[in-house]
Design a protein around this ligand. Structure first.
Ligand code: PLP
Length: 397
């Protein structure tokens, strides 16, 4: 019997990090231990208050019945309380919020509720890959808008062709932005809301990084509108809970109704004891402050090192990444390879690999490497020492 993957699965490219994985394995064989800024998974242990809450909840909830698809009422109430405290936006815990299994499942499955074959989804690039993959699996057509330095890494809404606006049902935005570290100003959120209303496009705002910031607190789009708008939130980065898989989607009740119908048919909700841990996490800000300080320290160490090596200052305002410009004339892949040399051994992700080409053939990630600030402070200092000694001229500028 021949086993044939669907066209959707076939359309997914090879694992982009395979080459980096091979290089890392070669370094290890030669006895060099690389410092890994590649994948954005925090190595910070999940805070004690959360671990204790889950331990206690597993024992207390003796019956292991199915969780509610849309989250336990106490989780939804805790999330709503947190959202109001943080953003000043009051939500109805019954109608305007649902729990999700981390935010990835929400991002990937969301288009199922709204996209018919051929409908467009406007997606920023570089951007989180499930925006595109979820669109393709729902038989939609991704339209990639580039995030460019000259536009402050915000999508240029005026440059989106009218035909695309007419065919589009959804638009993804993501601020604080992964990977550029940009925080969007209130005017941008207002303009996007206006754009969505004008063209009847639902705006989905991925706000997974609102709690990791280095200056002013980032805004939520729900501070500016609710009609036609939903937010995707996650505990993963805020509370170092990537393994726990818990987040929520909130906003326009009509959109939530449709998304909840999709979810009810796809999954069976986040485990209740994990929701209990999330309630404990949402009730505590001190661990988030500690985490922010740690990321801030690591950001400063790495930014200073790149500047000392003669590279452009690419200080991010938020999120856990540095979107570092390569030396002029060097591709993102060549720069990532140079950083993997034995005497540097710093793992980064070439920007070109995490960006989609736009309709005019541009790859906006070319010319950048991404560093996820996930190693420890000690490892970060070690990496910075090695980067300071980088001889940019040796790289062929
Ligand atoms: C922009 C963005 N959104 C969402 C996610 C998903 O996170 P999770 O599924 O852990 O909530 C990530 C993960 O790295 C991300 O970078």
């Amino acid at each position: 019997m021949k086993v044939v993957p669907s066209r959707r699965v076939q359309s997914i490219g090879a694992y982009a990090f395979a080459e980096v994985d091979r290089e890392v394995a070669r370094l290890r064989e030669r006895g060099v231990e690389p410092i890994d800024f590649g994948v954005g998974d925090p190595a910070t242990p999940t805070p004690d208050i959360i671990v204790r809450a889950v331990e206690e909840a597993v024992v207390r909830r003796a019956a292991a019945g199915y969780p509610r698809y849309t989250g336990a009422p106490e989780f939804r109430r805790a999330a709503v309380r947190w959202f109001e405290k943080r953003f000043g936006v009051k939500l109805d815990p019954e109608k305007e919020i649902t729990s999700t299994i981390g935010s990835k499942e929400a991002v990937f499955n969301f288009p199922e509720g709204f996209i018919d074959p051929g409908d467009c989804v406007i997606i920023p690039t570089p951007g989180y890959p499930p925006y595109t993959r979820g669109t393709i699996f729902a038989e939609g057509v991704p339209y990639h808008v580039p995030l460019l330095e000259e536009n402050g890494f915000l999508p240029d809404l005026d440059a989106i062709p009218v035909e695309v606006c007419e065919r589009a049902k959804l638009m993804w935005i993501n601020y604080p932005n992964s990977p550029t570290g940009t925080v969007a100003p209130p005017e941008f959120f207002k303009r996007v809301v206006e754009f969505g209303r004008k063209h009847s496009i639902i705006i989905v705002s991925d706000e997974a990084y609102t709690e990791i910031y280095y200056g002013e607190k980032p805004h939520s789009i729900l501070e500016f509108a609710r009609e036609g708008v939903v937010v995707v939130q996650s505990l993963s980065k805020r509370s170092a809970m990537t393994c726990y898989r818990v987040g929520f989607v909130c906003g326009d009740e009509r959109i939530l109704d449709i998304f909840k119908k999709v979810k009810t048919n796809i999954d069976s909700g986040t485990a209740t004891f994990i929701q209990d841990a999330a309630i404990a996490a949402l009730g505590d800000e001190s661990h988030v402050e500690r985490m922010r300080r740690e990321y801030h320290t690591k950001r400063d160490i790495m930014v200073d090192a790149f500047k000392a090596a003669g590279l452009e200052d690419c200080t991010p305002e938020a999120a856990i990444y540095i979107w570092q410009k390569c030396p002029p004339g060097i591709t993102s892949l060549d720069f990532a390879r140079a950083l993997l040399a034995d005497d540097v051994a710093v793992v980064t992700t070439p920007g070109a690999w995490i960006s989609d080409r736009t309709a005019d053939g541009l790859n906006p990630g070319e010319g950048y490497v991404r560093l996820a600030l996930v190693p420890t402070i000690e490892e970060t200092k070690k990496a910075a020492e090695r980067i300071r000694t980088l001889r940019i001229s040796r790289l062929g500028t």
